[in-house]
Design a protein around this ligand. Structure first.
Ligand code: BGC
Length: 267
């Protein structure tokens, strides 16, 4: 569903983008939105080529170039191969969206090192590797570009059972701001988008049940979970020239989840 189709303009005409974790959920919505706004898009995926190809098909139907690029973002060689492919297909790169991420639940006392490492590797180190490769291309071209890192409300809201995920997302936001600072004069803008509860496969086990959904809604002032497209349109804005003076920012797109909903009625 894309309720915003009517308002989609071609702000990204001719731009070339790579979106990680783009075969489903928020990444898929971002890849499609960028394409509908005129960008060619490389769809990174880890393990589901059919899903990635389906996204590529929709991208192509939007009249722009789309390619599927397999790769584990936490593996340096695979990241290098993925960027080489995308940059040579598109003859450059203007946009990177670091979206690939994962979460697993472990009480802190029981969390195995392996689980900690995996989430830090994918959610934080993966974004580092991709941002570095993208930034090198953007700086070398002299034209600059835009990098958007998908963090989470859990970069500031502590979340029991997810110490690794919270640490990775908080780290990603700080990395984002530091890169923004380092690359400002080279015309590379770097921003974070911090989603709240969005209806995707990652949390379907929660919003998919009436009790889980009711619990989530209590934590969200707007009393509904978000749709992937509601993240995608904010990302597209940050990638476009409409955000030409925005760098080092974090946009929370969370229906107010970070507003301490328990305090709504005073007392
Ligand atoms: C997580 C979701 C969760 C949401 C709000 C996101 O970062 O991926 O599983 O529902 O935060 O708590």
């Amino acid at each position: 569903m894309n309720r915003d189709k009517s308002s989609v303009n071609r702000r990204l005409e001719g731009r070339r983008a790579l979106v990680t974790g783009a075969s489903s959920g928020i990444g898929r919505a971002i890849a499609l939105r960028l394409a509908h706004e005129g960008a060619s898009v490389a769809v990174n995926y880890l393990s589901n080529p059919e899903a990635a190809e389906a996204v590529v098909k929709e991208i192509t139907e939007a009249g722009v170039k789309g390619i599927a690029v397999q790769g584990d973002v936490s593996n340096e060689q695979q990241v290098d191969a993925m960027f080489e492919r995308a940059v040579s297909e598109f003859a450059g790169l203007d946009i990177l969206v670091n979206n690939a991420g994962m979460e697993t639940e472990h009480s802190f006392l029981e969390m195995p090192l392996e689980a900690w490492r995996k989430v830090i590797d994918i959610d934080l180190t993966g974004a580092f590797l991709c941002a570095q490769r993208a930034a090198r291309v953007m700086v070398e071209s002299g034209a600059g570009g835009s990098i958007v890192n998908i963090t989470s409300v859990h970069q500031i809201i502590p979340w029991g059972g997810f110490a690794h995920y919270c640490a990775a997302k908080a780290g990603l936001d700080m990395m984002s701001k530091t890169i923004a600072l380092e690359l400002a004069t080279q015309k590379v803008r770097v921003n974070s988008v911090a989603p709240g509860a969005i209806a995707t496969p990652i949390n379907q086990h929660v919003w998919g049940s009436p009790e889980g959904l009711a619990d989530l809604k209590r934590k969200i002032p707007t009393e509904r979970i978000g749709q992937p497209e509601e993240i995608a349109k904010v990302v597209a804005f940050l990638c476009s020239d409409e955000a030409s003076y925005v760098t080092g920012a974090t946009l929370y797109v969370d229906g107010g989840m970070t507003l301490y909903p328990e305090f709504r009625h005073g007392g």
